[in-house]
Design a protein around this ligand. Structure first.
Ligand SMILES: *[C@@H]1O[C@H](CO)[C@@H](O)[C@H](O)[C@H]1NC(C)=O
Ligand SMILES: *[C@@H]1O[C@H](CO)[C@@H](O)[C@H](O)[C@H]1NC(C)=O
Ligand SMILES: *[C@@H]1O[C@H](CO)[C@@H](O)[C@H](O)[C@H]1NC(C)=O
Ligand SMILES: *[C@@H]1O[C@H](CO)[C@@H](O)[C@H](O)[C@H]1NC(C)=O
Ligand SMILES: *[C@@H]1O[C@H](CO)[C@@H](O)[C@H](O)[C@H]1NC(C)=O
Ligand SMILES: *[C@@H]1O[C@H](CO)[C@@H](O)[C@H](O)[C@H]1NC(C)=O
Ligand SMILES: *[C@@H]1O[C@H](CO)[C@@H](O)[C@H](O)[C@H]1NC(C)=O
Ligand SMILES: *[C@@H]1O[C@H](CO)[C@@H](O)[C@H](O)[C@H]1NC(C)=O
Ligand SMILES: *[C@@H]1O[C@H](CO)[C@@H](O)[C@H](O)[C@H]1NC(C)=O
Ligand SMILES: *[C@@H]1O[C@H](CO)[C@@H](O)[C@H](O)[C@H]1NC(C)=O
Ligand SMILES: *[C@@H]1O[C@H](CO)[C@@H](O)[C@H](O)[C@H]1NC(C)=O
Ligand SMILES: *[C@@H]1O[C@H](CO)[C@@H](O)[C@H](O)[C@H]1NC(C)=O
Length: 752
């Protein structure tokens, strides 16, 4: 047995050494290519050259391999690929990594034959791609380095999603773009004095998502002549816009106003290097018209764009973030009124810290390694995040920093040559004060918060989260029940205080009969239930023990009873329910008994203008006086009703999918997800108060401009905003599906 095995292994090895396993139709061209470029022996199988070639079996039954990827490294000498590569029918990647490999333009006569081709990467380019080239539909990305010939229209009129062109050389130029191309999503373009720049990008590339413009504008270069970069038209789908000014030893100042004033929706703008200036005829760069998916973000790096302003010269949309590195602008240039986040590192302009009196949204300031001098204003005490380390601040610190002392406060403001503060300063907080009017009634579900106000309360502490640093903090209260509770809290300055509170009494809202994993339950929804322990419920005078409450948070809590433990009730008969939790009694409610209430629709889609809609289901009764319908707590008029179909008039609302309709029949409540869409006939002004989002970016994108971009372009926008500590501790009305799933999970765990 062993011998046979050994023998067959030997035979296999022998056979494989002796015979090529590359598809015979691909052998000649591959052997020729590898021999000419690298001296790779023609006797060897090209598929064994794993440095440059990746092969795969043609199919699961074939013993032949086919070339999937070519990653050709630097050849023995400059090499022009003239071979007919079309036998490589399975090619997905063609990557010519070095600038001394050239691809003959004849390649493009048959490029359409590569039906699996995803990506072409050319390390050099000196022959224009013929305008009549047809690219395969599979091709997603085209990268060109070191182009020294006109680009031609072909790639711009193809279905390629990503086009990247880098490191232009003399001879490179753009075609005139005419035809609309809705396929292109990501475009990286260089601009030089000899290449010109296509000014109608926004008109031609209607679905462009990300645009990177690399400007080479060194006036020291031979034959330099002034040029411009401009855009006519509006970008409808742009998410990110990058300008990188390279070779800026002696740079021409360019206006980028025509780009920045034509981006109604954009998330992120990045400007790197010297070369951009604000058109003096525009005076102020007013970006406040921009709408972003989340918070708009501007990042500037080593840029002088804000340096030569007279007074304020840049204005942002609401809830914006600003990041700057290695600049030298005056803070007077910036209108802070719409900023939530301001970061400025390595600013060389000597000045005082920015005045933030007119910056109500500002939540975070991070200024470091900058020539800021003078005092830290008292107004900075309200910023929820503050970092002023490593500057030249030589004045005084505000009271909130003194409260922390040198060790804790130093983490925020040292090192700096401050007058009244150093590492050894003792905490000094004579004005520390807590208003006694704090909320002392809290939820039982663990989301409860005591909101305290006062003076010099610090940023956080043991059990504390800031709402407004130093003046308004929240103390999180764990799950519990009952009255006369207290909690001890240690403030950041070391002060320890005790706060008294009570849990809200139970309140019963509705009931339902639900089935989960084959078990039937009678459930009651409401607030103030016991989430740690069982709940004491009285139904028609009879005391019954329900399970611990589930849910809570943004939703009602829910308590459950095995259905079989429910006392017998006749259909449509009334019954009373009350609860006793932690010694506190609930309201007593009268419900009407139904075995099931049922909405047939899975989701309701409504017009944002309001209107009328039918809801089908099984409503258990013909008694219309028992039926009520509400959307997010707003009652709707029920205009017609049978026990299987009802019609409601619904209110107008803003477009969104986070609405909930509640149908209540004699206390039996069921919810239905509602989405409001743009639509309807009689637009009435919306009465919904606009919600103020409270998000601040926490991570700062760190884009390091590189002249040699990584081979896989990332299409991810580089800002990652996250939720702020919240506004008031008040709850939102968002019904989250994942929450419901968690509830189900908890329920099963508890009941099993
Ligand atoms: C190679 O291409 C042929 C013809 O299109 C196809 O049948 C085969 O599945 C491909 N093989 C691989 C590994 O992609
Ligand atoms: C596998 O590829 C071979 C060619 O190498 C072809 O003859 C055969 O029909 C293919 N089999 C399948 C199942 O596609
Ligand atoms: C491109 O460069 C290669 C290598 O230097 C050269 O052989 C070829 O003629 C050039 N093509 C054109 C159109 O200049
Ligand atoms: C630190 O500040 C205190 C006053 O808060 C001062 O007495 C002390 O000399 C300072 N120490 C240093 C090293 O500057
Ligand atoms: C307590 O009263 C002060 C002064 O009226 C008020 O500013 C503050 O918001 C109140 N605090 C709370 C937690 O309601
Ligand atoms: C709070 O602290 C006081 C004094 O240290 C102590 O007597 C009391 O038991 C503490 N209360 C709680 C709820 O921990
Ligand atoms: C339920 O209430 C009854 C009477 O009010 C009381 O005796 C019993 O201890 C309570 N049970 C629980 C679990 O709270
Ligand atoms: C009852 O509470 C549960 C758990 O919080 C929730 O999923 C459900 O939607 C609520 N039902 C109603 C009718 O509000
Ligand atoms: C409940 O039903 C009983 C008899 O069916 C009736 O007398 C009583 O008024 C009803 N209570 C309410 C609140 O409807
Ligand atoms: C809706 O009603 C039908 C008929 O009574 C029943 O079979 C079904 O289980 C009900 N669905 C729900 C979600 O209660
Ligand atoms: C509602 O009325 C219809 C017709 O009058 C009747 O057939 C049906 O049984 C009634 N349903 C209920 C639940 O009373
Ligand atoms: C929404 O508006 C359209 C157009 O007026 C109308 O046809 C449709 O019935 C409306 N849908 C609802 C749910 O009101």
């Amino acid at each position: 047995m062993k011998i046979i095995l050994t023998l067959s292994i030997f035979l296999i090895c022998f056979l494989q050494l002796g015979q090529s396993i590359i598809d015979p139709s691909q052998k000649d061209v591959m052997s020729d290519l590898l021999f000419n470029m690298y001296g790779y022996s023609k006797g060897l199988d090209p598929c064994d050259n794993s440095a440059y070639v990746i092969c795969d079996y043609i199919n699961s039954t074939s013993t032949f391999k086919t070339v999937k990827e070519l990653h050709l490294g630097t050849p023995l000498q400059e090499y022009v690929i003239t071979q007919d590569l079309s036998p490589l029918q399975n090619l997905t990647y063609l990557q010519l990594n070095y600038n001394n490999i050239y691809l003959s333009s004849s390649f493009f006569n048959y490029v359409n034959k590569f039906s699996q081709l995803l990506r072409i990467y050319l390390g050099s380019y000196n022959e224009t791609i013929p305008d009549d080239t047809i690219f395969p539909a599979s091709l997603e990305s085209f990268l060109i380095y070191n182009p020294s010939a006109p680009l031609g229209r072909a790639i711009f009129e193809s279905t390629i999603k990503n086009i990247f062109i880098y490191s232009p050389l003399t001879g490179f130029s753009y075609p005139t773009l005419i035809n609309v191309n809705p396929y292109l999503e990501y475009l990286a373009l260089p601009v030089t004095f000899y290449s010109g720049f296509p000014s109608n990008i926004s008109r031609v590339f209607t679905n462009l998502n990300k645009l990177e413009i690399r400007v080479f504008n060194d006036m020291n270069e031979n034959n330099y002549k002034n040029f411009s970069i401009s855009n006519i038209g509006v970008f409808k789908n742009l998410k990110g816009l990058d300008f990188e000014f390279n070779d800026g030893d002696n740079s021409q100042e360019l206006y980028i106003h025509s780009f920045l004033s034509n981006v109604p929706f954009i998330n992120y703008i990045y400007i790197y290097g010297l070369g951009a200036t604000i058109d003096p005829s525009a005076g102020i760069l007013d970006l406040s018209y921009i709408k972003a998916d989340n918070n708009f973000e501007l990042e500037i790096d080593s840029s002088s764009i804000l340096n030569n302003c007279k007074g304020t010269c840049i204005k942002f949309p609401k809830y914006s973030s600003f990041n700057s590195y290695y600049c030298a602008f005056s803070y007077n240039a910036i209108d802070f009124s719409n900023l939530v986040y301001f970061k400025d590192l390595y600013n060389e302009h000597e000045q005082n810290l920015p005045n933030i009196d007119n910056a109500p949204l500002l939540d975070e300031i991070y200024i470091s390694y900058s020539v800021v001098v003078g005092d830290i204003p008292e107004s900075y005490c309200r910023l929820n995040k503050l970092n002023l380390r490593n500057n030249e601040l030589d004045g005084t610190v505000p009271s909130c920093i003194q409260c922390l002392g040198g060790v804790k406060g130093g983490d925020i403001v040292l090192p700096n040559p401050l007058l009244n503060f150093n590492k050894t300063s003792e905490p000094y907080c004579p004005n520390f004060k807590i208003d006694q009017n704090y909320t002392n009634l809290v939820a039982t579900d663990g989301t409860g918060k005591i909101i305290i106000t006062g003076t010099n309360l610090g940023w956080d502490g043991n059990g504390l989260t800031p709402i407004i640093a130093n003046s308004k903090l929240a103390i999180t209260i764990p799950k519990g029940v009952g009255t006369n509770k207290s909690i001890n809290v240690t403030f950041q300055n070391g002060e320890l205080r005790t706060f008294n509170y009570s849990y809200i009494p139970p309140f019963i809202k509705s009931y339902a009969i639900i089935e989960l994993f084959g078990q039937k339950y009678f459930t009651i929804n409401g607030t103030g239930f016991d989430f740690n322990d069982s709940n004491n419920i009285t139904i028609n005078g009879q005391q019954i023990t329900f399970f611990n409450a589930l849910g809570g948070g943004d939703n009602d809590g829910m308590i459950e009873l095995y259905f079989i433990e429910l006392p017998n009730l006749a259909t449509e008969s009334n019954f009373t329910v009350s609860a006793l939790v932690g010694g506190q009694s609930s309201n007593e409610v009268t419900f009407y008994y139904f075995n099931s209430i049922n909405i047939t629709e899975e989701k309701l889609v409504l017009n944002n203008t309001g209107g009328s809609v039918d809801i089908n289901g099984l409503f258990g009764t013909n008694n219309t006086s028992l039926v009520s319908v509400s959307i997010n707590g707003i009652n709707c008029l029920v205009t017609s009703y049978t026990n299987s179909k009802l019609t409601i008039q619904y209110p107008s609302n803003q477009v969104g999918d986070n609405y909930v309709l509640t149908l209540n029949v004699g206390g039996y409540a069921v919810n239905l997800v509602v989405e409001y869409i743009e639509g309807g006939e009689t637009p009435t002004p919306s009465t919904t108060p606009s919600t103020t989002p409270s998000t601040t970016p926490s991570t700062t994108p760190s884009i390091t401009p590189s002249t040699t971009p990584s081979t896989t372009p990332s299409t991810t926008p580089s800002s990652a905003p996250t939720q702020s500590p919240g506004d008031d501790g008040s709850t939102s009305s968002t019904l989250s599906i994942s929450f419901y799933l968690i509830t189900l999970l908890l329920l099963t765990q508890q009941l099993i």
